[in-house]
Design a protein around this ligand. Structure first.
Ligand code: PAF
Length: 300
């Protein structure tokens, strides 16, 4: 007997969303993009450029007014858009809809679960690199790892096989909270500094003033990380940060790209979340607090 494969819907057709939609579609998964009301085509081409090779996948489009129920949803919107985007399609979700949240920052799964307690929420994080050349036309800049998991679940659900077949390195992570924390800790240091100093990630290990700032911020992040119970991550953080800076030396961080394009940043879900945890533990983190304030004063 063959089990029926789920139909996925994707909310948030930015660079990472298009990367997943293109990969899932090309491996034969049934997937539709949820686009704004008024989007007229019944399908859109997703164009992916990688290493000089261009591939194109036609993906069906639905809008929030459609009546198709959503059993499996991937969310790849900006962190601050998640609540409103889910609210716009909440009438299409059912009792046990699966939601895979692949969004930067932390705190969103808890917020979603509080607003829609019936959803079956999984979280993910990725080091895939991609940016938009035009709407639904992306440059895949670097292959990375995608980790998906759900707190307390050791084994992946049956649908995960589709993901591990479709996405180059997609792993089930039975300690996804640690993976999310580790990514947030890295983002707390690299993203606001590169956004404020308008520099590529590699500058953070070249410029003496920036090297000092990385060390100071890292000290605060380590303290909070330890207090939050992620002791192994706290111990490894300085080397982890140095490794990511070296591996992504030519990248312009996602926050720098947001600032350059006049978009709102995700700082509230990165440094903002870290500082909430610091407050819960009575930890002072003046350098991260100052950075949060500076980034917020740069955005409209
Ligand atoms: O947000 C980003 O840009 C990335 O997470 C990272 C790792 C900082 C690389 O640029």
């Amino acid at each position: 007997m063959t089990t029926q494969q789920p139909h996925w819907h994707l909310l948030g057709a930015g660079a990472i969303g298009c990367l997943y939609a293109g990969h899932l579609r090309s491996s034969g998964c049934d997937i539709s993009l949820i686009m704004r009301e008024g989007t007229s085509p019944a399908s859109l081409p997703i164009i992916t450029e990688h290493g000089g090779i261009r591939s194109e996948q036609h993906v069906p489009v639905v809008t929030p007014n459609s009546h198709a129920p959503i059993s499996h949803l991937v969310i790849t919107t900006k962190a601050y858009d998640v609540s409103e985007a889910v609210a716009s399609i909440a009438h299409l979700l059912s009792e046990d809809s699966v939601v895979v949240l692949l969004v930067n920052g932390m705190g969103l799964a808890e917020q979603l679960a509080a607003d829609w307690p019936h959803l079956n929420i999984f979280c993910g994080t990725t080091t895939e690199g991609a940016y938009c050349l035009a709407p639904q036309h992306i440059q895949h800049t670097g292959r990375g790892k995608t980790r998906i998991g759900k707190q307390g679940e050791k084994k992946p659900p049956p649908w995960f096989e589709q993901w591990s077949d479709a996405i180059d390195t997609c792993l089930w992570d039975s300690d996804i909270e640690a993976a999310l924390w580790s990514k947030m800790a890295i983002n707390c240091i690299i993203n606001p500094l590169t956004a404020l100093h308008n520099c590529a990630n590699g500058e953070l290990s070249q410029d003496p003033e920036l090297i000092t700032q990385v060390t100071t911020l890292c000290g605060e992040v380590c303290k909070i990380t330890r207090a939050a119970g992620f002791t192994a991550i706290a111990a490894a953080l300085p080397q982890l940060i140095a490794g990511v800076i070296a591996a992504t030396a030519n990248n312009r961080s996602s926050m720098l790209q947001d600032v350059e394009n006049g978009r709102r940043t995700e700082i509230d879900y990165i440094t903002g979340f870290l500082l909430q945890v610091a407050d819960q533990h009575g930890i002072d983190a003046p350098h991260n607090r100052a950075l949060l304030k500076s980034i917020k004063s740069h955005q409209c």
